[in-house]
Design a protein around this ligand. Structure first.
Ligand code: ADP
Length: 540
């Protein structure tokens, strides 16, 4: 017997209609590429979204067509998200930090009909447009076009939407229709397209906003440092509309000074970003005695949270830090670290090891661990294995059938992460399978070694990689980026590692790098370090 409830497709346009009707005056603050400020309400945003939707329809954009963005977190980018998906087309978000040749490849692979880009990225567009013959129009996110007459089909955003009707009857269609295409950034191989649907996007926004996940409500001012060009800013553009939160979109300058000023000016309550961004904020707070009293929660994900960063936020800045884990393929939210009742009486020192776990899974996301032969492993808090996930906002395959070996025959996605699952429901990431160091046939967790090294006050960041070794197969090499002006002695850093890790995990060698290579999504590029240090001569 079927239930007698209405069948209403989950549509992204409904989010806009909702926020327009229920929270019309809630603000979106945005910092533009030229440094200027922009502030308007969700109701004003909705008017411009509809103008853009009508402009796109008139330009010939049809359901299923791909419309690319190369843009920072700003208000016009939000408008594009809602207008493109609202008419049944697909927003293809492009990471501008990628190599231009790779961007041109993605535009071709995605068959983008239009490309909207921030002024900052004009040099990229100038360099690649000739290699993208199928793009019908290039739209610069500005009101005033510079004197450029290349590419030929260049328009400014404001003239593109000007004169178009500000009303529209949003079409309704199958909720499984694609809305966003995001390529994995390729830290682990060639980029592969993840194609989100209206249904997966809304379910993810709902679940990720809940109290035990990111926790977003109408009284929040949300600083989305995580970029809209990578996994839709962790869905926060949608969650903010769903719950009527104020959004703060920081634009291009994500340095500590700029972010601190914005946080205090806009009275941010909730912020989300990768550890490297929070490190920059912390350094500025320390060096300029800045406090961030409005912030009630900082969500950190994308790579492991070092203990030193967690303690600094909680003890010095008095900001609770919540770790999260996710991937492009999981929309991204899979787990978030929020308190459990049994932790109520614990001291802050006792809580630290719990907070350093990636978090507990959100309802909807299922996980299992398997060994090399695919046999399922226990979730006992000790055994580590390959992490598989499934759920309504987890990819079932890649765009155009790429990388099909990542998906198992029985319906799971193989994350490529090595993890431990705890009986408490916590996920602990020990490594990426390709970063794991195999010494004498046993695994060394590069993440644990790195985090322990960061306990030394003069170590800003650390990367631990495996280098070939005649006897052991591989041994760990530690590469540290010291705090400016410092040079932490090896023995002291190794002593920090000895406190947290097995003796045989301690590297024999440590080298210094003035700046570790950071990739397009703010993570340390271990691939580059492996290339550099596979050869002994670089180990000076
Ligand atoms: P890429 O790193 O290739 O750009 P993603 O942005 O999708 O791709 O990154 C997903 C990966 O980031 C995960 O598979 C995991 O290895 C890593 N990651 C994310 N969150 C955490 C975390 N809290 N702890 C450790 N690793 C994490």
């Amino acid at each position: 017997m079927l239930g007698l409830m209405m069948k209403q497709e989950l549509m992204i346009s409904d989010l806009l209609t909702h926020v327009e009707e229920v929270h019309p005056s809630q603000e979106i603050y945005s910092r533009e590429s030229d440094g200027s400020e922009h502030r308007y309400s969700w109701a004003e945003c909705a008017v411009r979204v509809k103008k853009l939707a009508n402009a796109l329809l008139e330009a010939g954009v049809k359901p299923g067509d791909r419309v690319a963005t190369i843009a920072w977190n700003n208000y016009r980018h939000i408008e594009i998200y809602y207008a493109v998906s609202g008419i049944g087309a697909v927003v293809h978000t492009i990471n501008p930090r990628l190599d231009p040749a790779q961007i041109a490849w993605m535009i071709g692979h995605a068959e983008d009909a239009f490309v909207f880009f921030d002024t900052t990225f004009m040099p990229i567009v100038a360099g690649i447009h000739a290699q993208c013959p199928n793009v019908q129009g290039w739209v610069e996110l500005t009101g005033n076009l510079n004197e450029s007459n290349e590419p030929k089909s260049l328009t400014s955003y404001e003239s593109f939407i000007a004169g178009h009707a500000s009303t529209i009857e949003w079409p309704r269609f199958d909720e499984n229709t694609a809305c966003t295409l995001c390529y994995t950034s390729g830290t682990t191989g060639n980029p592969k397209g993840v194609l989100y649907s209206h249904r997966s996007t809304i379910l993810h926004a709902w679940a990720a906003s809940s109290k035990d996940a990111i926790g977003i409500g109408a009284t929040d001012t949300v600083l989305a440092v995580v970029p809209m060009f990578h996994i839709s800013a962790w869905g926060m553009v949608y969650s903010a509309a769903m719950f009527g939160a104020k959004l703060v979109m920081p634009g291009p300058n994500l340095d500590g000074e700029n972010l601190c000023a914005m946080i205090n000016q806009e009275q941010v309550t909730l912020m989300a970003g990768v550890p490297t961004v929070w490190l920059g904020v912390l350094e500025h707070c320390r060096s300029h005695q800045v406090a961030l009293p409005s912030v009630q929660s900082a969500v950190v994900g994308g790579s492991a949270l070092p203990e030193s960063l967690l303690r600094a936020y909680e003890e010095e800045l008095h900001i609770p830090m919540h770790q999260a884990w996710g991937m492009t393929e999981t929309s991204p939210m899979g787990v978030v670290n929020q308190p459990l009742p049994q932790h109520a009486g614990l001291s802050s020192d006792e809580l630290v090891p719990i907070k350093l776990l990636a978090g507990r899974r959100i309802f909807g996301v299922q996980m299992r661990l398997v060994d090399d032969s695919g046999e399922q492993l226990p979730q006992d808090g000790e055994t580590s294995g390959h992490l598989h996930v499934r759920g309504p906002w987890v990819a079932s395959s890649y765009f155009k059938g790429a990388g099909s070996d990542a998906f198992t025959d029985d319906g799971w996605f193989q994350t490529g992460d090595v993890a431990v699952l705890h009986p408490s429901g916590h996920l602990e990431i020990t490594d990426r399978s390709k970063d794991v160091i195999k010494s004498g046939g046993e695994w060394i967790s590069s993440i644990e070694v790195e985090n322990a090294a960061c306990d030394h006050p003069d170590v800003l960041m650390a990367a631990c990689i495996g280098v070939a070794h005649a006897k052991w197969g591989e041994r760990p090499l530690l590469i540290v980026q010291p705090v400016e002006g410092k040079k932490p002695p090896r023995e002291e850093v190794f002593a920090c590692i000895a406190e947290k890790c097995a003796k045989w995990w301690i590297p024999e060698t440590m080298v210094y790098e003035a700046a570790l290579p950071i990739g397009a999504t703010g993570k340390i590029l271990k691939r580059e370090l492996k290339l550099k240090y596979q050869d002994d001569k670089n180990m000076v």
